[in-house]
Every structure is written in C-alpha cells, then in structure tokens.
Design a protein around this ligand. Structure first.
Ligand SMILES: Cc1cc2nc3c(=O)[nH]c(=O)nc-3n(C[C@H](O)[C@H](O)[C@H](O)COP(=O)(O)OP(=O)(O)OC[C@H]3O[C@@H](n4cnc5c(N)ncnc54)[C@H](O)[C@@H]3O)c2cc1C
Length: 422
C-alpha cells in the first residue's frame, strides 16, 4: 500500500547511514550556532547481519581520521571498544627481492594508523545519532525517487518505509548511499568505473606469535594481500585481519575450503614472516571495482564517500577519503548556515567540489596505479617496482612523503582534521 505523508522540512537530508553518512550526521549535529535539523535515511538497521557498511570487516583508520573522530568527541568511545595501533609496516613483492620496512618512530609519530572493526564504528556512530536531538534517524527506509521539490528552494526525496511511500523535503540532500548510489543515478551523474576482475577475501586470523603492531602488505600475481594487526577476542595480540585479493574463481575456491586446507594455502602464499597461522574465522568475499563520480554537486545535492569514489582496498584509503569529504562538507555547510546563506545553493556546494576534487583524484589514481603495477608479472615492471621498494629504504624524503600520504595529510586541511571544532 502507498500513502503520502505531509512532508517534514529538514536542513540536511543524508541518504545512507553507513560509515560516511553517519559520520557526517554526527559532525553536523554538534556544530554550535548552526541549529541544523538533520535526517538520515538508512536502508538496513545497523545491527542487522546484512548491513553493508558495518559488517565483518576491520578497517585501517589514518591518523587524520583519528583526529577527526577525536575532535567530534567519538574517539574515546571507539578506543574503549578496541583499536589496534599500527606501528610498523612491512611491504614485499612475492617471488622478488624488493621489500621495505616503515617504522612510525622514524617519522616521530605514535602510529601509522589504527585498525578498528566496522561494527565498533557502527555502534559508536549509531549511538551518536540516537542521542542527538536534532537528528531523525529514519531506518529501515529506502530512497526510491528524488524531485526538484516544492519550488527552487527545496529538494524532495521519496522514501519507502514499511511498504508506504513518504516525501521528505530538505534544503540540501547528501548522497552517502555507497558505490551503487541511487541518488547519483537519479541525478544522472555519470561515473568513470571499471571492474578489477579481483575479489577481496576477508577473514580474521590467529597466529602462533604476537603481531607486535606490524601490518604486512604483500604483492602477488593475483593481487595484493594485507594482514592488519587487530585485538584478539580474548584480549591478546595474536590476531590479524586478512584482506586477500584473488581472481574471483580463486576467492570462491578459497572461501569454500575447510579451515586446515585454507590455512595451508594461505601459509604457502604468504610465507612465515608473521609466524604460523593457526586459526581462521568466517570468510567473506567482496568483488572489487573502481569508481569515480564525474560530478560531485548539483543544486541541492552533494555526493560523498563511496557514492563519489570507490577504491581498491590495497591502500586502505576508501573510508579515510570519505571522512575527509565529511570534514570539508560539514565545514562548508556550517559556515554558510551561520551566515544565514542557503546551504543548498550551487555556488556554496561548488566550494566543496573544488576543495575535494584533487584529493579524490590523486588518492583514487595512486591506488589504481598501485594495483596495476603490483599485479603485473611483466619482468621489466617487476624489476622496476622492486627497485622502487629498495629505493624507499634508502631515500628518507620519499619515505616521509609516502608517510604523510598514508596518514591522510593531503592538501588543505579542514578544521576537523586540525583538531578544531566546527
Ligand atoms: C575488503 C575491504 C576492505 C577495506 N578496508 C578499508 C580500510 O582499511 N581503510 C579504509 O579507509 N577503507 C577501507 N575500505 C573501504 C570502506 O569500506 C568504504 O570506503 C566505506 O565503507 C564507504 O562508506 P560509505 O558510507 O560511503 O558507503 P557504504 O559503506 O557502502 O554505506 C552506504 C550505506 O547506504 C545505505 N544505502 C544504500 N542505498 C540506499 C538507499 N537507496 N536508501 C537508503 N539507504 C541506502 C546502505 O545500506 C549503507 O548503509 C575497505 C573496503 C573493502 C571492500
């Protein structure tokens, strides 16, 4: 049955309450003096098995993401539920001599990044939204259609909730609805996209020796594999989150092996640098694709997070990049609102697009290049990349640049990334 409900007017309507959309809602809700009335429309409840954003994965947060969460007052809560700092990173190329080792102490920082379960982020962000008086969390509900709205000053979005259709009206609609963004499609915004022909297999692993806060990145012919140090369920430090990139048929075969056979294959592929693998948890697969939206804004619409850019997980940058979108868009919205300006106007939103474009294109481009160069067995390329890895060890300025990039300090920093409140 469908029914039309009297529309409610919001300042900001965020479609998608995943990691990026929920972070934006939490940021906007606490901006003093802006008095924003916010709605978040999310298709799948956070505690549901099928929730696509808060699932079985662990993600590596950059130092700049930690500062953003700290400035929003969420980091203490995230840390209390389990965060593992990455102090050293070991990068190697399977079957070749090139390798490099990066220690955070060489750069004078406490950690390269922090590994956290997406479920932990889900708990903290959902609690943050539920405790805010100025956020309406509308879930489960899905956006089906969008219209230009009641006159030029508003956008209207149609949602389906409990089998009924409702209209929501807002000055600004933010698409945070992931790589398959319905809002982006409804706006007719085209993308640059391509399938990698690779699938990421993820699982939690237990090793026979402590991880010592080391993350491993190993490049292989089928694609890169990463081991990120995580907290053991028992409180120890022997566990890793595995992200293993494989051809789709290989990933399916690995996912269906029994535990012992899987551990044997993994050990054979990765070697014994991290020790012996003794246990593996549930395995999940994610087909990988590259996507970059050709436009980021339209009148009364802004696109953030995976709806704007979907990257290969090799560099662990997707969510970090999305959180930097959040920090910039939140600042632009709040500043315009405090000046009494219309936050849905294109000239204001273009400031967001202009500010974010370079970081998005650079991060997406360098991640894509990394996948291509390191998944290629062509001998001259293999030699060049091994020389590159060896050179990293002998060229401190190059290492420093890479370190700043990995920690998320790219281009002009918004207030939240500098530890300043909105
Ligand atoms: C294997 C793997 C490992 C990764 N590791 C890292 C890492 O270490 N570090 C890192 O920074 N990034 C990592 N990423 C990337 C990171 O997961 C994504 O960048 C992040 O999930 C993007 O968040 P998002 O909120 O933009 O999109 P999503 O996570 O896709 O969330 C979109 C949300 O919108 C909702 N939604 C969709 N359509 C609708 C609709 N029509 N109506 C209402 N709601 C809707 C969905 O239910 C979902 O909750 C990894 C990704 C993968 C696949």
């Amino acid at each position: 049955m469908t029914k039309s409900v009297v529309p409610v007017n919001y300042d900001v309507l965020i479609v998608g309450g995943g990691m990026v959309g929920a972070s934006l809602a939490c940021a906007l809700s606490q901006a003093g003096g802006a008095n924003l009335h916010i709605a978040v429309v999310e298709g799948t409840p956070f505690d549901c098995e099928q929730q696509p954003s808060f699932d079985a994965r662990s993600v590596a947060l950059s130092d700049s993401s930690r500062i953003i969460f700290q400035t929003l007052g969420l980091w203490t809560e995230i840390e209390a539920r389990g965060v593992m700092p990455i102090e050293r990173i070991h990068i190697s190329d399977r079957g070749h001599i090139g390798s490099t080792h990066m220690d955070c102490r060489e750069q004078g920082v406490a950690a390269w990044g922090y590994v956290v379960e997406t479920r932990v982020l889900g708990e903290v962000l959902t609690a943050g939204m539920n405790h805010s008086d100025n956020i309406d969390l509308i879930c489960p509900a899905r956006v089906e259609a969008a219209e230009s709205g009641r006159g030029p000053d508003w956008a209207t979005v149609k949602i389906s909730r409990h089998g009924e259709v409702e209209s929501l009206v807002a000055k600004l609609v933010v698409a945070a609805d992931g790589a398959e963004s319905r809002l982006r499609e409804l706006a007719g915004i085209k993308t640059f996209s391509m399938n990698y022909g690779q699938t990421a297999l993820i699982a939690n692993l237990v090793c026979d020796r402590p991880h010592q806060h080391i993350a491993y990145e190993r490049f292989t012919d089928s694609g890169p594999m990463a081991l990120l140090p995580v907290c053991d369920p028992g409180g120890g430090e022997h566990a890793y989150a595995l992200v293993w990139t494989l051809r789709p048929h290989q990933a399916d075969a690995m996912a269906s092996l029994d535990e012992l056979a899987f551990l044997e294959h993994l050990q054979g592929h990765f070697g014994r640098r991290a020790g012996g693998f003794v246990k593996v948890g549930a395995r999940h697969v994610y087909p990988l694709k590259f996507l970059l939206a050709r436009e980021l804004v339209r009148p009364r619409l802004a696109i953030i997070g995976n709806a704007a850019h979907s990257l290969h997980p090799v560099s662990g940058q997707g969510f970090n990049l999305g959180l930097r979108d959040v920090a910039v868009l939140a600042q632009i919205i709040v500043d315009a609102q405090r000046k009494g300006r219309d936050i849905g106007k294109l000239d204001i939103l273009e400031d967001y697009a202009h500010w974010r474009r370079r970081d998005q294109w650079q991060t997406a481009g360098s991640t894509d290049a990394l996948v291509r160069v390191f998944s290629n067995a062509f001998p001259p390329l293999a030699l060049a990349r091994n020389l590159g890895l060896l050179a990293l060890d002998t060229l401190p300025p190059l290492k420093k640049r890479l370190a700043r990039y990995a920690m998320g300090y790219i281009g002009k920093q918004p207030r939240l990334s500098r530890g300043l409140p909105l």
